[in-house]
Design a protein around this ligand. Structure first.
Ligand code: GLN
Length: 274
């Protein structure tokens, strides 16, 4: 793989992709990879590998090619109808679990669930949580439902457009979480081909003239649906983190905090219902 892909992805990334291919296609665990290094591979493997390398040369995401992505210690199915779960979003789940991990029976709403990675990871990490997840895309919800089944979690799924859906029941939620679309169309020039050409634009983009579109709707829903002391957790475009915090305050939420991701970017905003 190195001779054909290093120039596109760099050596380290190709190394990681090779491990993912071996794990998925040959069902090798990381330990197997070391122990079986000198074993013969099955007859189908060279042809399969050639197909994978050709798709990687076209910069298709490895997770789409293999149909799976790791997230928060779980294996999620992904398709071209869902964003590939990102490490930043794992951090968002960690922030919630760190804060709320010793509570139980929490009522959680995940807005724009995609693969279901946030909703399902929270359902697994929080004791007896009642998790509802919304997405506009029926195709994404079908993937999320399959993931919930594979990971043995019970989630309530709702197909709805957050921009036009009726108000959620008042004081009915302890946690609202969302990683909504937040990339401006004007930012396309800085994006990688594997994102731009293969991931669903409906899950990525907001209009340049209204980058807070989804946050406004989520904030007004959360401001009336959260219980007193309930928490809102958002992943955001680093360019607008402080504007999102101001927006949440203007909806009456308090204790707003902007937090960094592991790359040092302003990536998360949290707030509390007073
Ligand atoms: N973090 C994603 C990216 O870099 C965007 C996710 C989103 O729009 N919610 O492409």
């Amino acid at each position: 793989m190195h001779d054909r892909l290093d120039a596109v992805y760099g050596k380290g990334e190709v190394e990681a992709m090779a491990r993912m291919v071996m794990e998925e296609i040959l069902c090798c665990s990381p330990v197997d990879l070391v122990l079986r290094a000198s074993h013969e591979v099955p007859a189908f493997f060279p042809e399969k590998l050639e197909q994978i390398i050709a798709r990687l040369e076209r910069q298709e995401p490895i997770q789409h090619i293999l149909g799976v992505a790791q997230f928060h210690g779980h294996r999620f199915k992904v398709t071209c109808d869902t964003l590939v779960p990102r490490p930043e979003t794992e951090q968002l789940v960690d922030i919630i679990v760190d804060e709320q991990g010793d509570r139980q029976d929490l009522r959680v709403m995940d807005v724009g669930t995609g693969t279901g990675c946030i909703a399902i990871s929270l359902a697994r990490a929080l004791r007896f949580a009642q998790v509802t997840a919304i997405d506009i895309s029926a195709e994404a919800l079908a993937v999320a439902q399959e993931n919930a089944k594979l990971l043995k979690t019970r989630i309530k799924w709702l197909q709805a457009d957050i921009l036009s859906m009726p108000l959620w029941p008042a004081t009915s939620l302890d946690i609202v979480v969302s990683n909504p679309p937040y990339v401006c169309f004007g930012e396309q020039a800085q994006m990688e081909h594997n994102v731009l050409d293969y991931e669903p634009h409906i899950a990525l983009f907001v209009p340049d003239n209204d980058p807070l579109l989804f946050y406004r709707h989520i904030a007004s829903q959360a401001a009336q649906a959260l219980v007193s002391g309930g928490r809102l957790y958002l992943e955001v475009n680093r360019r607008f983190a402080h504007q999102v915090a101001d927006l949440l305050q203007s909806h009456g939420l308090v204790d707003t905090r902007v937090m960094h991701d592991s790359f040092g970017n302003d990536r998360f905003v949290t707030a509390t219902h007073p």
